[in-house]
Write a protein that binds this ligand. Structure first.
Ligand code: AMP
Length: 387
């Protein structure tokens, strides 16, 4: 049996965004210390960590020094090079392991892994040149989505293809970088299962979460998802089998499409807490971040009981377009919790924070969180008439 890593220990986090920040807050509440390493400074994680180290991920000497100061290392950002986690793993346990990261940070490796293990996905092909793209489109059909194989998130590097002209325009793009072509899924809805697995194989999940996206970026999440029980049970069973097949220690999110014909298809894996699981902070006995901490420290997992139906709405940088959002207005909603990530620059599409609403029903939670977010928007300042 692994000896648990106890409060007071130093936990290392690779990456320094909002996921690391919420992890660090959970860790510090339980008496742990947190070190973070990323190429940036004054980061969302660094602002709440004990130690913020600024170094590129491929500075392996810095990574080894960092690893030697902590008792376990986890990550909040999956696009960390395999050499980085390998160098760290020579010194401390890395949880989830570098192998989990290696599979999930690359869409082709991830989908190939899923297919080889019999998990349902949309049809896909590897695309490394224009000829591959033409062949793939004839094989999987003309309605498709082209995605970069590596370093893609929130729809970055994605192109919807529905006409021959659109495909032709992308021929030069695929010559420059490896891509994956996926058959377009005509989905009824999108859902996710955030789950955790401990060092001894204990498994837990927060139940399916229903998600909506806007411009390929998560917009709202609601739990309970209120889907047919057979769909919910199947999604949980698939998530469990994926965590077991990857031997995950930590948190992993499985994103699904539910097709219009009622079939569940795995879209993507994220080997860390996920945006759709943020509502667990306010709505559940144990949040996804505390569970990540417990799992990577080899502690027993906490109860995932949901205390009230909840809905989450993301706050993107676009909200800042007409000035600082109206924070007092959102605080007038007594059952809505405000989370801000400490990012200085509000760019369009950038995740700056989120709101979680708690209510008696899931529908009511969605209604309140949407109303609260709308209240943040200041009316445009009317220009005085110059005569
Ligand atoms: P991803 O970065 O792969 O999670 O994609 C972001 C969003 O784009 C998804 O949540 C979907 O809304 C949409 N999307 C991605 N892949 C497909 C697909 N094969 N078919 C239909 N929609 C897709």
């Amino acid at each position: 049996m692994n000896r648990p890593i106890l409060p007071g220990a130093m936990i290392g986090v690779l990456g320094s965004g909002q996921l690391g920040r919420m992890f660090a807050l959970a860790a510090r509440r339980m008496g742990y210390r947190v070190h973070t390493l990323s190429p940036d400074s004054d980061t969302p994680t660094g602002q709440v960590a004990d130690v913020e180290i600024t170094a590129p991920y491929d500075d392996l000497d810095a990574v080894r020094r960092f690893a030697s100061q902590v008792q376990v290392l986890t990550f909040e950002f999956e696009n960390v090079p395999a050499e980085t986690t390998a160098a760290a793993a020579e010194i401390v346990p890395v949880r989830p392991s570098g192998e989990v990261l290696y599979v999930t940070q690359h869409r082709l490796r991830e989908k190939t892994f899923l297919r080889q293990h019999g998990f349902p996905t949309t049809d896909f092909r590897a695309v490394r040149c224009a000829a591959d793209l033409r062949t793939a489109l004839t094989e999987i059909g003309p309605s498709a989505v082209l995605k970069t194989a590596g370093y893609g998130y929130d729809g970055k590097g994605q192109h919807r293809i529905s006409t021959a002209e659109e495909a032709r325009r992308l021929e030069s793009v695929v010559e420059r970088q490896e891509h994956i072509l996926e058959a377009f899924v005509d989905f009824a809805c999108e859902l996710s299962v955030v789950a955790a697995r401990g060092t001894e194989g204990a498994f837990c999940h927060w139940g399916p979460i229903l998600n909506t996206h806007s411009r390929h970026i998560l917009d709202t999440s609601v739990c309970p998802a209120m889907l047919p029980p057979s769909v919910e049970q199947e999604a949980i069973a698939i998530a469990r089998a994926i965590l077991e097949a990857l031997d995950v220690v930590g948190v992993l999110c499985v994103e699904f499409f539910l097709s219009t014909s009622g079939k569940l298809l795995v879209n993507e894996l994220a080997p860390r807490p996920h945006n759709s699981g943020h509502l667990t902070i306010d709505a559940c006995v144990t949040s996804q971040f505390e569970q990540q901490l417990r799992a990577v420290c080899g502690l027993p997992l906490g109860a995932v009981t949901q205390l009230r139906p909840a809905a989450m709405a993301n706050l993107l940088g676009d909200l800042w377009r007409d000035g600082e959002p109206d924070w007092p207005a959102v605080c007038r909603f007594p059952d809505v919790k405000l989370h801000l990530y400490g990012k200085v620059e509000a760019r369009p599409g950038r995740k700056m924070g989120h709101l979680t609403a708690l209510a008696d029903t899931a529908d009511e939670a969605v209604r309140r969180v949407t109303q609260a977010r709308a209240a943040l928007r200041r009316p445009p300042v009317s220009q005085p008439l110059v005569v």
